[in-house]
Ligand binder design. Structure first.
Ligand SMILES: C[S@@+](CC[C@H](N)C(=O)[O-])C[C@H]1O[C@@H](n2cnc3c(N)ncnc32)[C@H](O)[C@@H]1O
Length: 333
């Protein structure tokens, strides 16, 4: 069997050196979608002179940010630095969002260390100009943690607003999970299962999502080489709930390009950036691959498959590290 995975691109120096020549963006550059819809910048989210380059005086109605958060070290000084860094890109988000807009942020809480950085981030947001709207939990299907420890099965998603933005509750998760079996209530004199309430004319969004599968290697949307991909279903939900067709969606941490793809599928425009030229390239290729082949990712392949076929050095390195079978890769056509 051919192994089409890639090592973690952010931490493998050699694979980075081998892939960088195939990346079309250099630091400070912006890719303009030939159809005029989207933009991808190789930029630093915390530096507004860079973000200005991407936005060019246009404003977004929705921002969906998924910053790196697991590098935070244990010393207080590092946590402080992290929060100060967050303050900068939050300020930039405020500047580039319309008067009535939504902001969603994915962030983790370390249960062994005072729930940092989530708790500190929430406190910082009190003076950001945004209003808090909801604290959403997405339940993972698989967890992590040792046998003796808690299994962490949730991902935290913060929802803030600026002004009074559009909110389409129809796109939201409104199922009341029927986990408590045997819980009945009386409706019109008859004992019923509790799910009768879902027929109520008042639909409200629920802030615990249990219907979303984490991305793993057997899913079509999987992007090999990316380590922090968010499920397309979650991003689609946010895009549909908090933006309308042809409006601009902003994402400061593109990585595998999930927000760009969700925007393409739902006919929004996406302006996104990543500080790493390799993730910018993957983001652009994910859109191109979708437009060409209708695929959401590279379940049985990876974004650099063509280069791997042609570049002997790249193939050799992958053979040595993750056991690519050179002959099979070459003979794949
Ligand atoms: C957790 S990932 C985002 C995952 C993304 N939501 C997805 O579904 O693929 C974080 C990304 O932020 C990028 N990043 C880190 N620091 C940055 C900065 N200062 N400006 C822009 N991007 C940055 C990293 O290169 C990484 O690709």
């Amino acid at each position: 069997m051919i192994n089409f995975s890639l090592p973690r691109i952010d931490s493998d120096k050699k694979i980075r050196d081998l892939l960088l020549p195939y990346c079309r963006l250099k630091n400070g550059e912006v890719w303009n979608d030939p159809t005029g819809k989207h933009k991808v910048g190789c930029l630093d989210a915390s530096d507004n002179s860079y973000v200005n380059k991407l936005m060019n005086n246009e404003k977004a109605v929705l921002a969906i940010h998924d910053p790196p958060y697991n590098f935070v070290a244990f010393e207080e000084r590092d946590l402080k630095n992290f929060i100060e860094w967050c303050r900068l890109w939050i300020k930039n988000s405020y500047l580039h969002l319309t008067e009535n807009s939504s902001l969603y942020i994915w962030l983790g809480a370390d249960q062994n260390n005072h729930f940092q950085p989530l708790s500190d981030f929430m406190a910082m947001m009190r003076t950001s100009g945004f209003d808090s709207r909801s604290f959403i939990t997405m339940r993972n299907q698989r967890g992590y943690g040792t046998q003796k420890n808690w299994m962490a099965v949730r991902q935290e998603l913060l929802y803030y607003t600026k002004g009074k933005p559009y909110f389409n509750v129809e796109a939201e998760y409104t199922d009341i999970p029927k986990v408590l079996r045997g819980y009945y209530k009386v409706v019109n004199g008859k004992e019923t299962e509790n799910f009768e309430r879902s027929k109520s004319e008042f639909i409200r969004a629920g802030n615990v999502w249990i219907d979303i599968q984490q991305v793993f290697y057997r899913m079509e949307e999987n992007v090999n080489g990316c380590y922090a991909q968010k499920p397309l279903k979650a991003i689609n939900r946010i895009v549909l709930a908090s933006s309308k067709k042809n409006e601009i969606v902003l994402d400061f941490f593109a990585h595998s390009g999930t927000t760009l793809l969700a925007s393409e599928i739902n006919e929004r425009r996406c302006f996104t950036l990543d500080i790493d030229p390799i993730f910018c390239e993957i983001t652009i290729r994910r859109l191109e691959n979708f437009r060409k082949n209708g695929k959401l990712g590279w379940q049985n392949s990876n974004p650099f498959e063509e280069e791997i076929k042609k570049d002997g050095k790249l193939r050799k390195y992958l053979n040595e590290t993750i056991g690519y079978k050179e002959k099979e890769v070459v003979g794949k056509e």
